[in-house]
Design a protein. Structure first.
Length: 202
């Protein structure tokens, strides 16, 4: 029997996962979570595979388990468990985990609400230069003075940095700055509308 390249890749990934390779377990879980590479979508199987990888101290699997617990994908929604897994990955300097944990800490989901800690987590995530969403959200912390001292100029700088990374939400924030006349922007309805339109069309 001759297998296609896709079938060969599937078989290779499955065999490596069966041998207990943590990165293969994590990759196979992602395939089942997202239906990638011709694998069927099976959130429960994805959860089980992520758990196996996490049991082998695979950091990205802890992030993925946090996401599944947060969203209730393949497992009952549990914010406490989400926080626990995000914390493990965040301590290992995984920016996505730091960012998601920041949102939960700010909202008080699965843990006590702590604006200062949420700011610090977002700041750490944003220190990874290409993480546009974290950079934009850090700007929001500065704009509103949540968890840190208010700094509208810093906020504006961060919004434009995220905008340069082609984040549509950053255009929304710049539009809001024009609408409110904050972060060094003079009130301009026309400029605000242009920003909102740019975000909508992105």
């Amino acid at each position: 029997m001759i297998f296609s390249t896709s079938q060969q890749q599937q078989r290779g990934l499955i065999e490596r996962a069966k041998r207990g390779s943590p990165d293969a377990l994590n990759d196979l879980a992602l395939c089942h979570l997202e239906g990638k590479n011709d694998f069927s979508i099976d959130q429960k199987k994805a959860f089980d595979l992520f758990q196996q990888a996490a049991d082998k101290q695979f950091v990205r699997a802890h992030y993925n388990l946090g996401l599944l617990y947060e969203k209730g994908w393949g497992v009952e929604q549990n914010y406490v468990k989400a926080v626990e897994h995000y914390q493990i990955a965040a301590k290992a300097n995984l920016p996505l985990a730091q960012y998601n944990l920041s949102l939960l800490v700010l909202s008080g989901l699965g843990t006590d609400r702590n604006a200062e800690e949420a700011f610090k987590l977002c700041e750490t995530a944003a220190s990874h230069d290409q993480f546009a969403q974290a950079i934009c959200n850090l700007g929001w912390f500065y704009l509103e003075g949540i968890g840190t001292e208010k700094d509208e100029i810093k906020a504006g700088e961060l919004f434009y940095k995220a905008l340069d990374l082609n984040l549509p939400e950053a255009a929304l924030m710049v539009g809001e700055c024009y609408q409110r006349g904050v972060a060094g922007h003079a009130v301009s309805t026309d400029n605000a509308i242009r920003c909102y339109e740019a975000a909508a069309n992105a």
